[in-house]
Structure formats: structure tokens, C-alpha cells
Design a protein around this ligand. Structure first.
Ligand SMILES: CC(C)(COP(=O)(O)OP(=O)(O)OC[C@H]1O[C@@H](n2cnc3c(N)ncnc32)[C@H](O)[C@@H]1OP(=O)(O)O)[C@@H](O)C(=O)NCCC(=O)NCCS
Length: 188
């Protein structure tokens, strides 16, 4: 959110150059609204894509697939959080990587440490399977997720733009890696 406000202040500051406070305020508010809309649209698209692909058949995608797994967090008999993991097909030479997917916690249960617990489970699973790294992709508009990964010692290892309009709106894909120092080297 802080980052969203920072972005919204930029056009406002530029408009201030015109000497008009009302114009600067309108520019900032319109930018904030645009960024919120972009955030909302990207999460709608993300959920729709997940439900049409791997989440359409979790057993096939994760539970029956070798080296993959899917976990849920429950509260009062309801699923309130999910996370999945799948080995990376073509990791860099000498690495054995596990990719973390589909981390999500229901909005009513956020801020209670559920995501942190789910990520720790994936990290332990990766250690048990002798992976050298856990990798994942997120986006610049998933502020809570970015804060979570950084708080859990994931390092940003790359960034790419999905498209020019998305890039102009401040949306890019971030790559994060958490290296497991005590993992057994592949082949040992
Ligand atoms: C990202 C998400 C999974 C976090 O779930 P959560 O259960 O609320 O997270 P936790 O309570 O375990 O938080 C763990 C840490 O993440 C960081 N964090 C989480 N939410 C945050 C927020 N809104 N602002 C800043 N930091 C945040 C903090 O470092 C927090 O540790 P702390 O509480 O000790 O400070 C949840 O917000 C979510 O489902 N978002 C929508 C889906 C999504 O973006 N998924 C990620 C796909 S890559």
C-alpha cells in the first residue's frame, strides 16, 4: 500500500509543477484509482487462470505428480489457506529447484501467520527432498506477498514485464529465490 501511495504521488508532484493544487490532487487520486483497478483486474485474471488450469484437478496436478505436493490450512472445518509445490523442470546446471505456487489465505484469516506457516512447510518439504532452492514468481502489485517473501529470506533474482501497458501501470513479474544452504547437492 505504501508503494501504491508513492506511485500515486508522482503524477501529483508533476502536476504541482503547473502550480495548481486541485489538478495535482485530482492527478494523484486518478492514478491511485487506476492502480487499484489494475490490482483488482490482475487478481481476478490470476484466480480465473488458476481455476482453469492446475486447480481444476489438484489431485492430478500436485498429489499424483512425482515430487509435487499441495497443502491446505483449515479453520473450523473450512479451507482458509493453500500452497503448492512442484519441481522445476529445467533448473540451472547444478541446482535442484522446487517452485512454490498458489499461496493464498482467505481475507478473513490474514495477518495470523498462516501464510508464513505454509511457506515454512514448503521450505521443509524442499529440504527433505534435497532441493537446493525454492523459487517463485509474484508481481509488483502483490504487496503483502512481496513483504512476506522478503521477511522469509527470499531474494529477488529477476523481474520482467508482462506487457507494455502493464509495465506502464507499474505491474511486473518478480522472481524470488530462497537458497537452502544445507541441502544435499544433486547427485551426491
Ligand atoms: C500474501 C498472503 C498469502 C499473506 O497471508 P497472511 O496469512 O496474511 O500472511 P502472514 O500473516 O503469514 O504474514 C507473514 C508475514 O508477511 C508479511 N505480510 C503479510 N501481509 C502483509 C501486509 N499486508 N503488509 C505488510 N507485510 C505483510 C509480514 O512480514 C508478516 O510477518 P509479521 O506478521 O511477523 O510482520 C495473503 O495476503 C494473500 O492471500 N494474498 C492474496 C493472494 C496472493 O497475493 N498470493 C501470493 C501469490 S505469489
Amino acid at each position: 500500500m505504501e508503494s501504491l501511495l508513492t506511485k500515486a504521488r508522482v503524477p501529483g508532484t508533476l502536476a504541482l509543477g503547473s502550480g495548481s493544487w486541485p489538478l495535482a490532487t485530482v492527478c494523484s487520486l486518478l492514478t491511485l484509482l487506476g492502480l487499484r483497478l489494475l490490482d483488482w483486474l490482475s487478481s481476478k485474471y490470476y484466480v480465473a487462470t488458476c481455476l482453469e488450469t492446475d486447480l481444476a484437478d489438484i489431485t492430478k496436478s500436485y498429489l499424483n505428480a512425482h515430487g509435487s505436493c499441495f497443502w491446505v490450512a483449515e479453520s473450523g472445518g473450512q479451507v482458509v489457506g493453500t500452497v503448492a509445490a512442484q519441481p522445476v523442470k529445467d533448473p540451472p546446471v547444478g541446482r535442484k529447484q522446487l517452485e512454490l505456487f498458489r499461496l493464498s489465505v482467505s481475507s478473513q484469516h490474514r495477518g495470523q501467520g498462516i501464510a508464513k506457516a505454509l511457506v515454512r512447510i514448503v521450505l521443509q518439504f524442499a529440504r527433505d527432498q534435497a532441493h537446493s532452492d525454492v523459487v517463485l514468481e509474484t508481481s509488483t502489485v502483490q504487496y503483502s506477498a512481496v513483504a512476506l517473501y522478503q521477511a522469509m529470506a527470499f531474494q529477488k533474482t529477476g523481474e520482467h514485464f508482462v506487457s507494455i501497458p502493464m509495465g506502464l501501470g507499474g505491474l511486473s513479474i518478480l522472481h524470488f529465490t530462497h537458497s537452502l544452504p544445507f541441502a544435499v547437492e544433486p547427485g551426491m
